[in-house]
Design a protein around this ligand. Structure first.
Ligand code: COA
Length: 245
């Protein structure tokens, strides 16, 4: 369960990071926390303002209502706000927020690291197409120690986005992309047994309950006493479901 673990800024500026990052790597910058890159990117943005205006957003996936795009260094505020809502964090930390320092030094660097290391996997920022609003994120990548062809699916959305089917829409699309375009064999997801909304998303995404278990979390939060649950869908189950009317 990887979960534990607003005015959006100008899209133009955020887009620019996707274009700049490879250049920064080529220039010899190596990732050591978000601030190092932020400084370097601001420097380069200042050097090439016109070019930045034409940079397109790095979209990984598009659904009827959502864009799933890469995160970039200008997403700090959005992540701090998301994790600052105790309702969002209830089944993750018991409601405790993630500090700005943790977002800048740990969370966002970890998100950005996936794009280089695991093509096709990662943490994707969910944007509502109709409004361009940031809704939260999905992750789709193998949990530490798991086989590369068995990604774990996860999600965290702002309260304002709940109850509109967005989590299910994103999950279904990510599952389908993994099976159709990559070598994914099995998708897993887990949550606290008492996180009914999350379990429902897994069910509606075609996953089935495979086990209940008790995880050894370093910090206990209310509801832990009911344990955790794991859901999964295999490639053959997904293919079979597609043939049904
Ligand atoms: C879990 C989460 C992503 C769901 O997002 P969402 O966009 O509202 O999900 P969907 O609208 O696709 O589906 C939610 C389903 O759960 C149901 N649901 C929501 N809250 C529920 C509750 N308390 N009890 C029973 N069902 C509930 C909804 O009715 C819906 O099912 P339905 O379509 O059959 O009516 C969102 O609540 C969230 O971000 N929570 C905080 C972070 C989190 O807990 N992440 C998961 C950690 S593993």
């Amino acid at each position: 369960m990887a979960e534990r673990g607003p005015a959006p800024r100008s899209l133009r500026r955020r887009d620019a990071c996707g274009w700049l990052r490879p250049h920064l790597y080529r220039l010899g910058f190596r990732f050591r926390g978000v601030n190092q890159f932020k400084t370097a990117e601001k420097l380069l943005l200042g050097m090439a303002p016109r070019r930045c205006e034409n940079v397109r957003m790095l979209v990984f996936l598009e659904t009827e209502r959502l864009l799933l795009r890469q995160f970039n260094l200008f997403d700090v505020d959005l992540l701090v706000e998301l994790d600052g809502d105790p309702r969002v964090m209830r089944y993750i930390t018991g409601g405790a927020p993630t500090s700005r320092g943790e977002v800048e030094d740990e969370l966002l660097p970890a998100f950005l690291g996936y794009y280089r290391e695991f093509p096709g996997y990662g943490f994707w920022a969910a944007v509502e197409k109709a409004t361009q609003d940031f809704l939260g994120w999905f992750h789709y990548r193998p949990a530490p120690g798991d086989p590369l062809d068995q990604p774990e699916l996860g999600y965290r959305l702002r309260c304002a986005a709940w109850g509109k089917g967005y989590a299910t829409e994103g999950c279904r699309a990510l599952i389908a992309k993994g099976f159709a375009e990559f070598e994914v064999q099995r998708v897993v997801a887990s949550t606290m047994a008492v996180n009914t909304a999350s379990r429902r998303v897994m069910e509606k995404s075609g996953m089935r309950l495979v086990r209940a278990f008790v995880a050894d979390w370093p910090v206990s939060i209310p509801g832990d006493e009911h344990g955790d649950v794991e859901y999964a869908i295999t490639r053959s189950e997904w293919e079979l479901a597609r043939t049904r009317p």
